[in-house]
Design a protein around this ligand. Structure first.
Ligand code: ADP
Length: 558
């Protein structure tokens, strides 16, 4: 596209200038012509004052009038509709006007020829090639100096032709110089325009990304908050704004963090301001599913909070991003499930006790019963006992704790009893059970609970074993305290399931599809018993090769 007010020839498109640049294009043409016309006018007036003879030379004033006419045209022509390459006609006509006036002025006003520098600069600064500009300069200035001879107002002499040759030389040099300068300037402007366009493009892309990010943030159902290193909010999505409003005390539309209604797991104990998740996240702590309740009454919500700290290039803390997941429905559903389990377990307990009582009484009359019926009753009793154990487990798990009273006890004895009652089950399953624990091992533990824990491990070792497999029970007292190991050569546990085996109701997929009975509570109960002793339980396993469960219970220093 042509520069406004300059001539376009030789390169690029030549259509008329459109759009917002139209006014600038027109102004530049008028200003360029006005500069020449005002200098022209002053020169003519000076010439007339200097030499009265010029009054009688009409061509002298004709050149000037031609120039003024060109200026008038420049002011009136609709430049926006004229192809920009036609603008070159203006400086070319100016050359003719200057040539006429100079020819008429003759020797009395030779400086008129210098006016040719104006249209020359105009052409050279336009988009014409340097060679074209120089050619026009030479031809036009020769026209200016030789017009008197052409009009035959002067006698043609060699001297007359050569003497003023300085003007064409100067104008040609000037044309070359201005053209090169203009070209360089244009190149820089083009580069500037290109970099401005690139900048604009990246600003637009940035705005698009910001719009997209804003939409994504407001679409997700998770509350998001970004805070800088000084604790100032730098981003909060729509969901979080709602959450913030829900946590506000009634009548406080814009509370600060410390005023928010934030409670612990019991939904009523307020969390002190310094212990609140957002405060801790601002202090640089990364939260992993911290659970709180916000607000009060029916609108109270449970939130699971995660946070991730941000660091600048130097590794300094730069703020944090906190996410708030509404887990109210999930917690209420879990609560409903627990309540249901607890109620059902309680409801089962009384009839089960009654069934077991009557079965016991009936079995005491075994002599009066046919042998087959006694066998049926024995099976019924066994299953009722299993059901009773399950009910007890469910109630214990729902209560959350196992009462443990550690006393000095002979763990060797407890393990021997557990091994002998597990022995029968092992024999039935075709598994070899070995008890390597010392027959006497004095330690501090709750004998009944410890027996229950070991019994659970031995039961599993039999259930998840194979015919011909083996189980080894061992125990020792070491620096860490009492260590009990139950190792089997059974089916083993997949690596990715190892961390889940102590979860409530977890059963590995392969076990779930097998006929092995169970509900996924035994290991959780065992872990709870060990934890109540202040100890820990761990498992190492290799699928297809077996598992080893290890209980460690710290012992009081002697
Ligand atoms: P249950 O035995 O009633 O399923 P547990 O809590 O005792 O429940 O065990 C949870 C799960 O852990 C089992 O279902 C089984 O998948 C796995 N598991 C426990 N003990 C063993 C073991 N000794 N060998 C292989 N898998 C085991």
């Amino acid at each position: 596209m042509a520069e406004p007010g300059v001539v376009q020839a030789g390169h690029g498109p030549v259509e008329a200038v459109r759009g917002p640049r139209r006014a600038r294009h027109r102004r530049r043409i008028i200003l360029s012509e006005l500069a020449l016309s005002s200098t022209f006018s002053m020169t003519v007036v000076l010439g007339l004052l200097q030499s009265e003879e010029l009054y009688s030379v009409p061509v002298f004033v004709a050149g000037w009038i031609l120039n003024l006419a060109v200026l008038a045209l420049c002011c009136t022509l609709p430049w926006s509709r004229i192809p920009s390459r036609w603008v070159i006609i203006v400086p070319l006509v100016d050359f003719v006007a200057i040539a006429l006036t100079r020819a008429a002025a003759g020797d009395s006003l030779t400086g008129v020829g210098l006016l040719a520098a104006f249209p020359m600069v105009w052409i050279a600064a336009s988009r014409v090639r340097t060679a074209t500009a120089v050619t026009i300069a030479v031809v036009a200035s020769l026209l200016v100096i030789w017009l008197p001879f052409l009009l035959r107002t002067e006698v043609l002499t060699l001297r007359g032709l050569i003497d003023p040759i300085l003007l064409p030389i100067m104008l040609a040099g000037l044309a070359g110089f201005v053209s090169a300068l203009a070209k360089d300037n244009r190149r820089r402007q083009d580069a500037l325009r290109a970099s401005q366009a690139a900048l604009q493009e990246s600003i637009d892309a940035g705005r698009d990304r910001e719009r997209l990010l804003g939409t994504v943030l407001d679409t997700v159902s998770v509350g998001l908050l970004a805070v800088d290193r000084d604790g100032n909010d730098i981003l909060m999505n729509a969901r979080q704004r709602e959450g913030h409003a829900a946590a506000a005390p009634p009548g406080t539309p814009d509370p600060d963090e410390s005023e928010l209604l934030i409670f612990g797991a019991d939904r009523t104990t307020p969390i002190p301001p310094t212990m609140r998740p957002v405060r801790r996240a601002i202090m640089g702590e990364d939260l992993q599913g911290e659970q709180v309740w916000v607000g009060t009454g029916r609108s109270q919500r449970a939130l699971s909070i995660f946070s991730q700290s941000m660091y600048d290039d130097d590794g300094a803390f730069a703020g944090t991003v906190v996410s708030f997941n509404d887990v109210t429905e999930l917690l209420l559903a879990l609560q409903a499930k627990d309540d249901f389990l607890s109620n059902v377990s309680h409801e089962f307990r009384t009839p089960l006790t009654s069934i077991l009582g009557y079965l016991d009484v009936t079995l005491e009359l075994a002599d009066a019963l046919p042998e087959r019926v006694e066998g049926y009753l024995e099976i019924a009793r066994r299953n009722a006992l299993r059901l009773e154990q399950l009910v007890e487990d469910l109630l214990a798990i729902n209560a959350g704790t196992f009462e443990v009273i550690p006393v000095a006890t002979d763990v060797g004895r407890i393990l021997a009893d557990a091994a002998s009652s597990g022995h029968l089950r092992a024999v039935r399953a075709g598994v070899h059970l070995v008890n390597r624990a010392p027959s006497s091992l004095n330690a501090v533990a709750d004998p009944a609970r410890l027996a229950q824990a070991v019994d659970n491990l031995l039961t599993n070792a039999v259930k998840y074993n194979r015919r011909g497999g083996s189980i080894t029970l061992d125990a020792s007292l070491g620096d860490d305290g009492l260590v009990i190991e139950v190792e089997d050569t059974g089916i083993g546990i997949e690596a990715e399931e190892l961390h889940q085996v102590f979860d409530r109701f977890f059963r590995s997929p392969s076990v779930r599809t097998s006929a092995v009975p169970g509900v996924g509570l035994g290991l959780l109960i065992t872990k709870s018993i060990v934890s109540e002793h202040g100890g820990s339980i761990s498992v190492a396993s290799e699928p297809g090769r077996g598992s080893c469960f290890t209980i460690v219970i710290p012992q009081p220093t002697r």
